[in-house]
Design a protein around this ligand. Structure first.
Ligand code: ADP
Length: 669
């Protein structure tokens, strides 16, 4: 912008100079033209007066002895055509002999040129030239400046020889003022300064005839005026000299200023537009780069024009050739060669043909799997300029989520069948036993009692025995019913608990829990169950405190011990607590069947069981471990598993000790 302003200033300055120069040229030209016009008038004037003096001379030549009256008649006639001539004069030898008009000039009669050096010198020059001469100005006693047209008169030799005989001079006199007035100098003087210089034969300084001598030093316009036996030079300048600047300077400067302003505005506008354009491009590029989708633009020749980072990440397999100019077909062919397209495996040719057709028609919407593990939804759209735009949307997560949801749905169906089995078994037991109770009369214990009562005499001891048998049977039935109902209740509670945790709303009340209290309570609760299965139950712990929900921690440990007891047929079960690297580990180890590597993560998913067949030997819903891990994590802990199939499993509940929490609190404070 600054450069343009400087250029405009320099240009303006140059233009101003040119404009001044051209103005001065015009001025000189117009003055020259004016001078040419004046020169014509001046030459006409001078020639006219030379003619008059020659006419007078030729009259004298033919009448050398004329009288004053005869001279006056001829002069009067000549004056009629040129009234500005104030004196017609004839001088015989060097002495004035005739004048006209007589009254005004009679005092000149008898004037001898020889007595006046100027007049003598003039007379000498005229006689030497032998032809008419113009001279002046000469200041008259009246103060007027006069111009003289003088010609010598030679008479033919009286003896008829070739040499002529000098008679004298004929002269006409005009006022310089009249001459200047008639030739237009007076009007010229209104607009210009002029000077008329007479050039001398002897190369001496030219003499000023009229005007302002100062004009000579001001680089004037000059023009020569030639006439017989003499030449003048007329020089002019505008009044006061040449102007420094053109009168249109202010106007020119204003015009220049306006042009500069318009140029600057246009330039500013162009800069603004190009800046706005750059900004818009940068914004567009930023927006395209910020897109979650891959974006690539191709021209009508399928050549890559623009693409974003996401697009490059999708096409990481051909990143070395991905640059503007590469064609979509080249990308396809190279990708295919490098095995980037999972869907093409085993059917490369057919797959390529189909994709090529889609590229050529610039219309397609399809899912594609890349060998870098990404699944994309690819769409090609035609653009108005004959090119195309490719949008790649990452659907990997969607796809995975879909697969997970399908798996979850399968797991749920599995669960429904497991659940119905779990519910049906105890309910069948309850119903079967209820039926048994309902048909008590048909039961052997009842029949035995009835038979004993119908005996005569009644054997009291036998009756008592039969009654005890009946009571035992009733006890056994109700006992089994109670067990089944309890199991049902437990199952329903577990499901409610899980749904509560799943909805992200587990009741967690973090407090300081004594490790000893936790372990002892769980041990008391589970020892009987474990020992009933003839398993050794080892309990060891280091004292300390954990920051946890005590009730939920007990629930997790009970669940782990319950599972260990459920799946272990012989050997041991151990509950140990150790402090390890700022954590507290509650380990539940057993010598059960163990869990295969492939199943170790799966069992923490809800409804997942290693064996979920209906014919499996163990009861369970597949919710216990899922609930336990979520509860552990809700307490900022975790639940981990290690196992050697055939040897046993180790479940570890990881919690934070209270000391560490306090240390961390003091550190962050
Ligand atoms: P449930 O015991 O009700 O089936 P869980 O979520 O507690 O559900 O356990 C899921 C599965 O993990 C069990 O079905 C079992 O296959 C496996 N499992 C859990 N604990 C053990 C263990 N101690 N030994 C062997 N397998 C186990």
């Amino acid at each position: 912008m600054i450069i343009v302003m400087v250029l405009l200033l320099l240009g303006g300055r140059h233009f101003e100079k040119l404009s001044n120069h051209s103005y001065l040229q015009d001025l000189r030209l117009s003055e020259t033209l004016e001078l040419i016009e004046i020169r014509e008038k001046l030459e006409l004037y001078i020639f006219g007066h030379f003619l008059q003096v020659e006419k007078l001379a030729s009259f004298i030549k033919s009448n050398p002895d004329m009288t004053q009256e005869e001279f006056a008649v001829v002069a009067a006639r000549l004056q009629e055509s040129m009234p500005d001539i104030i004196n017609f004069e004839a001088a015989q030898g060097l002495t004035v002999s005739h004048v006209y008009p007589y009254a005004e000039n009679k005092h000149l009669i008898g004037l001898n040129f020889a007595e006046y050096p100027t007049l003598l010198e003039y007379a000498d020059r005229v006689s030497a030239k032998k032809s008419a001469l113009l001279t002046g100005p000469v200041k008259a006693p009246s103060g007027e400046y006069l111009m003289f047209f003088k010609t010598p008169i030679f008479l033919p030799s009286s003896d008829g020889g070739a040499t002529e005989e000098f008679w004298g001079f004929a002269t006409v006199v005009v006022r310089l003022d009249d001459m200047l007035g008639q030739t237009g100098f007076r009007e010229l003087a209104e607009t210009v300064d002029y000077v008329i210089l007479s050039e001398n034969d002897d190369l001496s300084e030219p003499q000023v005839v009229a005007g302002n001598p100062g004009v000579q030093g001001r680089d004037p316009v000059s023009l020569d005026v030639d006439f017989p036996n003499g030449a003048w030079e007329v020089q002019t300048t505008p009044k006061g000299g040449w102007p420094e600047t053109a009168p249109t300077l202010v106007r020119d400067r204003l015009i220049l200023l306006m042009i500069s302003l318009v140029c600057l505005s246009i330039l500013g506008y162009i800069l603004y537009i190009s800046r706005a354009n750059r900004l818009a491009r940068a914004r567009l590029a930023g927006a395209i780069n910020a897109m979650d989708d891959g974006f690539a633009q191709f021209d009508s020749e399928q050549r890559l024009v623009k693409y974003n980072k996401r697009y490059a990440s999708f096409l990481s397999g051909v990143s070395d050739i991905l640059r503007p100019g590469v064609t979509l077909t080249e990308l396809l062919e190279e990708g295919l060669k490098r095995g980037n397209f999972v869907d093409a495996f085993g059917q490369e040719e057919a797959w390529y043909k189909e994709r090529k057709k889609e590229i050529d028609s610039a219309q397609a919407k399809r899912e594609m799997r890349f060998s870098n593990g990404l699944t994309v939804h690819a769409a090609i759209h035609k653009t108005s300029d004959g090119g195309s735009v490719v949008i790649l949307s990452d659907v990997t997560q969607l796809k995975n989520a879909l697969e997970r949801s399908q798996a979850a749905s399968e797991a749920k169906s599995q669960f429904i069948s497991v659940l119905s089995h779990e519910l049906r078994t105890p309910l069948t037991v309850v119903l079967g036993l209820a039926k048994l109770t309902h048909e008590i009369e048909r039961q052997p214990a009842y029949v035995a009692l009835e038979t004993a009562l119908h005996k005569d005499p009644v054997d009291v001891e036998e009756c008592r025995k039969a009654l005890r048998g009946l009571a035992d049977q009733i006890k056994s039935v109700t006992g089994k019913q109670t067990n089944s109902a309890s199991y049902l209740l437990e199952l329903i509670n577990e499901m409610l608990d899980f749904s509560k945790i799943e909805s992200g709303n587990p009741d967690i009340d973090m407090t300081e829990c004594e490790i000893g209290d936790l372990v002892t309570t769980v041990e008391q609760q589970m020892r009987r169950l474990i020992e009933d299965k003839h398993l050794a139950f080892v309990v060891e712990y280091e004292d300390g405190k954990v920051l946890a929900d005590c009730k939920r921690t007990r629930q997790i440990l009970t669940n782990l011990l319950g599972n260990a007891a459920k799946f272990t047929e012989r050997g041991f079960i151990a509950l140990t607590v150790t402090h390890k690297e700022g954590e507290v580990h509650f380990n539940v180890e057993d010598s059960g069947p163990g869990i295969e590597e492939a199943d170790r993560q799966r069992i923490f998913e809800p409804f997942e069981q290693v064996d979920s067949s209906l014919t499996r030997s163990k009861t369970g819903t597949g919710l216990g471990l899922a609930i336990s891990r979520k509860l552990a994590r809700a307490q900022s802990g975790d639940l981990l598993v290690e196992s050697t199939p055939g040897k046993g499993s180790l479940f570890t509940l990881v919690l934070k000790p209270v000391e560490i929490r306090e240390e961390q609190a003091s550190l962050s404070a």
